[in-house]
Design a protein around this ligand. Structure first.
Ligand code: ZN
Ligand code: ZN
Ligand code: ZN
Length: 256
């Protein structure tokens, strides 16, 4: 069994947006408070985070996470990697943090955090072991846990999603190549991004996300990476067909 906790379900600005007084940003419903997109996945013997955005510290504290075996990065946009410096307390007494990402993402992080990769590092800087991944090539984390990186297109930027057992997690996607549809065939639970109701060049909108879901035909789907312009949690959920749910922060689901 795989257990997924949604650590963040908002787009890059989070919800509420700074300075916005729209009904979503003013909502008092806790479902309408959304951190930047990230997920915690617990398998039989591994605890992993997918993405490590600027809300990482709060997400770890809120969910009482005291241990991570690895972090998997979908892409280098700040809302998905901006919390990497905050991994320090989690790995203080342990081995370096294993960070799995595509080579271009590793390069981007080395450029943005040079202090963490110099030869004589300041004591206490994040200790990251960067491990390159390739879409379609499974990573055997342990005897029980395999992670398959999936190619998806974030507009014109190639990024990755992940399949872990019968769970497929895709964020910041606009289109999926046919090989990814084949790779996620038969998935029980699909998590996919749906930014808002109207077109965006680099993100699936609601209609497009529902088309992806209809093609993959999982048992159930959860939408993530919402903009405040999509509406409140209740308004989003009211638009969704059967077996499609609006995810919210701290929702935990079990995938058989
Ligand atoms: Zn994003
Ligand atoms: Zn707003
Ligand atoms: Zn992005």
């Amino acid at each position: 069994m795989t257990r997924l906790t949604f650590l963040g379900t908002g787009t890059s600005t989070g919800i509420p947006e700074i300075g916005c007084h729209c009904p979503t940003c003013s909502s008092t419903d806790p479902h309408d408070h959304r951190y930047r997109a990230s997920a915690l996945v617990r398998t039989k013997d591994q605890v992993i985070a997918i993405d490590c955005g600027p809300d990482f510290r709060e997400q770890m504290l809120q969910n009482h996470v005291e241990h991570l075996d690895a972090i998997f990065l979908t892409h280098e946009h700040y809302d998905h990697v901006g919390g990497l410096d905050d991994i320090r307390p989690l790995f203080r007494e342990h081995k370096p943090c294993k960070i799995y990402a595509e080579p271009n993402v590793i390069e981007a992080i080395r450029t943005r955090m040079p202090y963490a990769f110099t030869e004589h590092r300041y004591p206490g800087v994040p200790d990251m072991q960067m491990i390159p991944i390739t879409p379609g090539e499974p990573i055997l984390l342990s005897g029980e846990t395999t992670v398959l990186p999936l190619r998806v297109m974030h507009g014109r930027l190639p990024i990755v999603g992940f399949r872990i057992g019968d769970l497929s997690y895709i964020t910041d996607c606009k289109t999926l190549p046919e090989e990814t549809y084949s790779a996620i065939k038969g998935t029980h639970t699909l998590v996919v991004n749906a930014l808002r109701t109207y077109l965006h060049p680099a993100h699936l909108d609601l209609d497009e996300a529902l088309e992806v879901i209809a093609k993959v035909h999982p048992r159930r789907s959860y939408l993530i990476h919402f903009a405040h312009t999509f509406g409140t949690h209740n308004q989003i959920q009211a638009r969704l067909p059967r077996d499609v749910y609006a995810a919210y922060d701290q929702l935990t689901i079990d995938v058989p």
